[in-house]
Design a protein around this ligand. Structure first.
Ligand code: UDX
Length: 442
């Protein structure tokens, strides 16, 4: 199997590097952040991702995974280079390509020094046209070589979800290859055939621009589904006897719709949906297209977290001076990631209303502290968090919160009142014992 370099060790890159190494591929992970490299060298994952820590330790121990800050060195000895750097938002929402440009400049100079054919694969999420109009010229000018004849270039978006990134990387559900020419596409397809070892998923080969847009379309579609169900959840709250869970189940039985991504809640967050929707809308605006459906999905999501604050007020009146417990601050379970998490918005809204906030999350307290500092209290367990509280808001559907019973709340809270922002409790079990409100429930 060929040697591989992975440039950019964020969620996607580090998981990918560890997974490639675990399959016996000699992999070099590259990052400019020396502190992060040192941490990974010490066999510690810089973020929580189930299964990743063990995989990293094993890959480093076996020697299949090496780490360096020297991009040129890593690229020089690799036939395949995956670029997995971040593409954050500019203040106006458009995509920021600084990391892509820096990485491709380094890859370009490495190509200049190497006599061999290398394939560069853009795995970062980039707007249509970026690979052709930004990446390719940088690689060509940096290397003094020609794309196609001297080196290969592909776009290969990833679709892994945080919390399931290891499994998603080890067993990709599909492989999208945007290729400059068929030689490059063939090499990448063969690489995946070896990596997937007989369990090759569907492969779609296409142009750079199509592959780039598939990634945005994917995220925009899923985010729109969630905003769609959240809009209807808000309507359900005004219809006696209505319950969004049943509406979602009912429409999910239609095979044309399907059941996934129809869980109503306090909105979507994380490192992808918000920034990618912003980038897509801004990209389209510059092309003269409004994308009203996707813009609305984004707008719905802006207001969704604050519904929890309104529900808390509905249950216990003014929040001024009241003690509110917030369960969960990561943007979803099984991650410590709080980027654009609904929980941060909820906490902010509660503080604005004058509430005294206590937060608990099994993994994300450190990240929450980095945002809210000493403005809130941090509990060491869910039970400690709700102790003496006047209201509790469930923001993230961690399994350990599902296990709490109505009695747990009744015994510990000053006023037993629960806002279920993720529909993890059976309303019938809670309504008779506590003040109870839930997203999408009349
Ligand atoms: C997403 C995409 O799923 C993945 O393909 C892409 O590569 C990166 O972005 P991720 O951000 O890890 O992955 O999380 P995902 O599981 O998709 O959830 C995104 C957000 O939507 C979370 O805040 C989640 O709580 C919310 N969500 C999801 C809902 O509110 N309801 C649902 O039914 C599904």
């Amino acid at each position: 199997m060929r040697e591989v370099a992975v440039v950019g060790l964020g969620y996607v890159g580090l998981t990918m590097a560890a997974c490639l190494a675990a399959r016996g591929i000699r992999t070099t992970g590259v990052d400019v952040d020396k502190e992060k490299l040192a941490m990974v060298e010490r066999r510690t994952s810089p973020f929580y991702e189930p299964g990743l820590q063990d995989m990293l330790s094993e890959s480093l121990r076996s020697g299949h995974l090496a780490l360096t800050a020297d991009c040129e060195e890593a690229v020089g000895r690799s036939e395949l280079v995956f670029v997995t750097v971040g593409t954050p938002s500019n203040p106006d929402g458009s995509i920021n390509l600084d990391q892509i440009k820096a990485a491709c400049t380094n890859v370009g100079s490495a190509l200049r020094k190497s006599p061999r054919y290398h394939l560069t694969v853009i795995r970062s999420t980039v707007t249509p046209g970026t690979t052709e109009n930004v990446v390719k010229p940088l690689l060509e000018s940096g290397s003094g070589k020609t794309c196609g004849s001297d080196f290969g270039l592909c776009v290969n978006p990833e679709f892994v979800s945080e919390g399931r990134a290891v499994d998603g990387t080890m067993n990709p559900g599909r492989i999208i290859i945007g290729e400059w020419d068929s030689q490059a596409g063939d090499i990448l397809e063969r690489f995946y055939a070896g990596f997937c070892d007989g369990k090759m998923p569907p492969v779609l080969r296409t142009t750079f621009a199509n592959a780039e847009l598939i990634k945005y379309a994917n995220n925009a579609f899923l985010a729109t589904r969630v905003s769609f169900i959240n809009s209807l959840a808000n309507l359900c709250e005004r219809i006696p006897g209505a319950d969004i869970e049943l509406i979602a189940k009912g429409i999910g039985l239609d095979p044309r719709i399907g059941p996934l991504f129809l869980r109503a809640g306090l909105g979507w967050g994380g490192s992808c949906f918000p920034k990618d929707l912003r980038a897509l809308v801004e990209f389209a605006r510059a092309k003269g297209e409004g994308l009203p459906v996707i813009r609305s999905a984004y707008d719905v999501n802006e207001f969704q977290p604050l519904r929890a604050v309104r529900m808390a007020e509905h249950l216990i009146g003014s929040l001024r001076g009241k003690r509110v417990a917030v369960l969960g601050v990561s943007f979803k379970p099984e991650t410590d990631d709080t980027r654009e998490a609904s929980g941060l918005v909820v906490i902010h809204g509660l503080l604005r209303e004058g509430a005294e906030v206590t937060v608990y999350d099994p993994r994300a307290l450190q990240n929450a502290r980095a945002v809210h500092g000493e403005k809130v209290r941090y509990a060491q367990s869910a039970l400690e968090c709700i102790e003496g509280a006047d209201c509790c808001i469930v923001v993230t559907e961690w399994d350990e919160f599902r296990k709490l019973t109505a009695e747990d709340f009744v015994k510990r809270m000053r006023i037993p009142s629960v806002v279920d922002g993720r529909r993890i409790y059976d309303p019938n079990l809670f309504k008779s014992k506590a003040r109870f409100a839930a997203i999408g429930l009349a």
